[in-house]
Design a protein around this ligand. Structure first.
Ligand SMILES: Nc1ncnc2c1ncn2[C@@H]1O[C@H](COP(=O)(O)OP(=O)(O)OP(=O)(O)O)[C@@H](O)[C@H]1O
Ligand SMILES: [Mg+2]
Length: 227
């Protein structure tokens, strides 16, 4: 077991608007094993992105549990542990690929991606080499490697974002529409990489708009209705 989500609820309270309450999602329950891929599926506004952000603890939980099972058998409730534990978990165990690339200006594509390996203790040279191979695999032209992705096209930025998210995979990976602005060829390449991660035992929770892409990778679909 990698993850067990139990009775998860989220209501947003907007204090600047006289404490208006907005339902995020309610009563979410699922289990995820190592190497399994679960897709969250449902209409716009059903709470898919909010669930991912709650699993990453970008959002707090209103009620329920998010039990994360470490390899050594310890269980951490992501909904409840303190902030320092969450930072450690993000560093070592849980990765999140946002829908859009968020990076600092003036950092090159190769550096954005290789940084992830360097953080894990890989040498500068090998990290840069692997980053280039990944960018090349995802059809980023070599002439772009040393430029900042901030001026890249939407699809190119997304591919850099995925390269960054998967080059040094953690045990649980959360993916918010990783193929949304990609063409068919690159969608399939991303899916192939995700399949390799599954084989290495990485558990994943993802959101796809493209049903065909979803079906290529998904083991379980969790259907959401609008709350
Ligand atoms: N930070 C927030 N503050 C207040 N309300 C929020 C916040 N984040 C999400 N919501 C609300 O929660 C609901 C679910 O939003 P969410 O982004 O999770 O939907 P989604 O299923 O990802 O939709 P889409 O398919 O359009 O991306 C929406 O009604 C949204 O307005
Ligand atoms: Mg969303």
């Amino acid at each position: 077991m990698r993850l067990e989500v139990k009775n998860l609820d989220k209501t947003f309270k907007i204090y600047t608007r006289g404490s208006i309450e907005v339902k995020g999602f309610n009563n979410i329950n699922f289990k995820l094993k190592k190497g399994e891929f679960l897709s969250l599926h449902g209409p716009s506004g059903a709470g898919k992105s909010s669930i991912l952000k709650t699993l990453y603890r970008t959002y707090t939980t209103t009620s329920g549990n998010i039990n994360y099972y470490k390899d050594d058998g310890t269980v951490i409730d992501i909904a409840k542990v303190d902030e320092s534990e969450i930072l450690k978990l993000r560093k070592e165990e849980v990765g999140y690929v946002s829908q859009f690339l968020q990076i600092l200006p003036r950092v090159s594509a190769v550096d954005v991606v290789s940084q992830q390996l360097i953080l894990k203790g890989e040498s500068q040279e090998i990290s840069r080499q692997k980053a280039k191979e990944m960018l090349d695999y995802l059809s980023i032209r070599e002439e772009l490697f040393d430029l900042s992705p901030l001026t890249f096209s939407g699809g190119e930025q997304q591919r850099v974002n995925i390269a960054k998210g998967i080059i040094a995979p953690k045990s649980l990976l959360l993916l918010d529409e990783p193929t949304a602005s990609l063409d068919k060829k690159n969608t399939i390449r991303v899916i192939e990489k995700l399949k390799q991660l599954k084989q290495k035992g990485v558990a994943m929770v993802g959101i796809f708009h493209d049903l065909e892409a979803m079906e290529m990778i998904t083991d379980k679909i969790y259907e959401l209705k609008r709350v």
